[in-house]
Design a protein around this ligand. Structure first.
Ligand code: SF4
Length: 330
């Protein structure tokens, strides 16, 4: 089937079966254009909760579909590709427990640890965090969540993204360390797990220097999943939705160099926009989903042979939901 026919079939099938198509900002244009709802992970989880259709097809990575299922268990959530975010894959429940034990061996009692997990983590990790009294955060609200968590007077164990944890610590004037970096975690306010986003690691301080030399006056914008040296050298650091809003306010003639995922950068502005890298920083897992996959998922509903439906273990879902709800309360 050619692309135009595929698009027509997608629209026909989603209307026939009352399906909402959701796409993250990092999806390919051909998929993004078919979405009823689009946004970053937090916006999508919130919009999905309010959506009334019985079926939701989530074009994104695995943890996003899981979050929707946890928050809206009555919904049938399908994913054209259950692609796993590289960062989320860096920690599972066992790694989480092992890292808590490492901290205990280093003299920090379990009851003195308050875990916070970035939303880019599996349901299993969110469940562990919820069970230990912790909560979820996103890159938009991480500072607010950490401020609230600090009022409990505990050490914060931040998983899985060491860059987001360290960037927030720098922003708030707090001390941080990464487990295994040789620093004493007892001295740190935020103890980060050693995970990272393979895409946002592609931006390096030399890229910032290059663009500043090439285009004096350029604005450098980065996502807090970038390494701290890049964020510190940027004019603006923000989550995906914050970056979009910041760019909207700029003069169209203002040159910008953006340190975030390629598909988003490519779609943001017609001109004066550069990717802050000599490479093409596409998220490989986000880019796995194609128009054909989306069509096949809808066809599976039509054929009553549903594919790639998201299921979360009820006990895991119970605690993961608590961790997510603690975030929404704040
Ligand atoms: Fe995961 Fe990074 Fe891809 Fe986002 S861009 S889904 S954090 S690998």
């Amino acid at each position: 089937m050619d692309k135009d026919t595929l698009k027509k079939e997608i629209i026909r099938l989603k209307e026939k079966h009352n399906v909402t198509i959701v796409a993250h900002f990092y999806q390919k244009d051909e998929v993004f254009d078919m979405a009823d709802l689009s946004g970053d992970s937090l916006q999508l989880a919130q919009m999905a909760m309010e959506d009334k259709n019985p079926f939701l097809i989530f074009c994104g990575v695995g943890f996003m579909g899981e979050s929707v299922k946890i928050l809206s268990p009555q919904k049938r959530v399908l994913m054209p590709k259950i692609a796993c975010c590289a960062m989320a894959r860096m920690i599972d429940g066992k790694h989480f427990d092992d890292n808590v034990k490492i901290l205990e061996k280093q003299g920090i009692k379990k009851e003195d640890i308050l875990p916070i997990t970035y939303i880019n983590s599996s349901a299993e990790v969110k469940g562990k965090v919820g069970e230990m009294g912790g909560m979820v955060c996103t890159s938009s609200n991480a500072k607010k969540i950490i401020e609230k968590a600090l009022t409990e007077g505990k050490k914060i164990l931040f998983v899985p993204d060491r860059c987001l944890g360290e960037n927030i610590a720098i922003m708030m004037g707090l001390k941080s360390c990464v487990i295994g970096d040789g620093k004493d975690p007892k001295e740190a306010d935020i103890i980060c797990y050693n995970g990272f986003c393979s895409v946002h690691q592609l931006f390096v301080p030399e890229d910032v220097e290059f663009y500043r030399n090439k285009f004096p006056g350029i604005k450098v914008i980065s996502h807090p999943e970038c390494m701290p040296a890049v964020c510190q050298a940027s004019d603006f650091v923000g989550s995906t939705s914050q970056i979009i809003n910041y760019i909207k306010e700029l003069d169209p003639e203002q040159k910008v160099a953006l340190g975030t995922e390629f598909n988003l950068v490519n779609r943001l502005r017609d001109k004066n926009t550069y990717v802050l890298s000599s490479t093409k920083p596409e998220c490989p897992t986000m880019n796995e989903t194609t128009l054909e996959d989306l069509y096949n998922t809808l066809k599976s509903i039509d054929d009553d042979k549903i594919m790639n439906e998201i299921q979360v273990d009820p006990e895991v879902a119970k605690w993961a939901k608590i961790a997510l709800e603690r975030m929404f309360e704040i």
